[in-house]
Design a protein around this ligand. Structure first.
Ligand SMILES: C[S@@+](CC[C@H](N)C(=O)[O-])C[C@H]1O[C@@H](n2cnc3c(N)ncnc32)[C@H](O)[C@@H]1O
Ligand SMILES: [Zn+2]
Length: 270
């Protein structure tokens, strides 16, 4: 029977997993129980402790509130434009709340997200019970089958192009989004935020070309006036969660903010 975990494989022996009641099992009897929230933890053995950098529950709430306003929807709109009309199987690497995954999910195609944060997987699994979510580290082997995905997403997340290329079907699409030089530039200056904006496109494009095929580059620019909760959300949902000093911001404050998102899209040779 089809299961929402069909894209996943055993992290120990790499065999396919089958869902039996609330446990995923491989033929070698490695087994992984679903957590109550409906996700599965596939971090194993040595290094089973999550890598640093996973989002916590507060960041997820901030991210959820911010993304719900649609400020970053142009990323998935641009990706949708290159997908075949019927859609396909999607793997979201570093899925967070899985907002973007869900915007692209279509019909009965299996969709899955991996994230090193248990909180993120729990959040996404509760919000989107039709998709499968697994705790896994992007920097290690992904517990994902070879050549199973029509689309791999990497949106504002750590990038492992070699694993992304492995799990893509021939002809499948890799979409990688990351902040451009002017992303949140006004807030970066005012609140002394971590600078995420150095030019990375050449490095990423070379990495993607080596793993799959040369990507096409788009720069998605926009601006919005954010109110005080919006400003707090966009700062605290990301890597500045522990850095930013927002106390000085009055509740009636607004700021005009630039969004500058770089998008690389490559198609794995058929
Ligand atoms: C900035 S958030 C982006 C989330 C989502 N892609 C989005 O755009 O809304 C980065 C995500 O990557 C996850 N992450 C960080 N390091 C990771 C790692 N080594 N392996 C898997 N996920 C990781 C975090 O837990 C977080 O959910
Ligand atoms: Zn196994």
């Amino acid at each position: 029977m089809l299961s929402k975990f069909d894209l996943l494989r055993c992290p120990v022996c790499r065999a396919d997993l089958t869902l039996v009641e609330r446990t995923l099992r491989c033929p070698q009897r490695h087994s992984f129980d679903l957590a109550r929230a409906g996700y599965v933890n596939l971090l194993t053995g040595h290094g089973a402790a999550p890598a640093e950098g996973g989002d916590d529950a507060r960041q997820l709430q901030r991210r959820d509130a911010f993304l719900a306003k649609g400020h970053f929807d142009r990323v998935t709109d641009a990706i949708r434009a290159v997908l075949p009309p019927g859609g396909g199987a999607i793997l979201d690497a570093g899925c967070g709340t899985a907002y973007h995954l869900q915007r692209l999910a279509t019909g009965d195609h299996p969709c899955a997200g991996i994230d090193v944060s248990k909180e993120a997987c729990a959040f996404a699994a509760k919000r989107y019970p039709k998709s499968g979510f697994a705790v896994a580290d992007i920097w290690r082997d992904w517990p994902v089958r070879d050549a199973c995905a029509d689309l791999v997403l990497s949106i504002f997340a750590p990038r492992n192009f070699v694993e992304a290329a492995r799990v893509l079907r021939p002809g499948g699409i890799l979409a990688v989004a990351y902040p451009g030089p002017d992303h949140l530039i006004e807030l970066r200056r005012e609140f002394d935020l971590i600078d995420q904006g150095e030019a990375k496109t050449e490095t990423y494009a070379a990495g993607i070309a080596a793993a799959t095929a040369a990507p096409r580059h788009q720069r998605l620019r926009a601006a919005a006036r954010l109110d005080a909760p919006g400003i707090a959300n966009v700062i605290l949902m990301g890597p500045n969660a522990r850095h930013a000093r927002l106390e000085a911001l009055p509740p009636e404050a607004t700021r005009d903010v630039s969004f500058d998102i770089e998008l690389l899209i490559a198609r794995k040779p058929a």
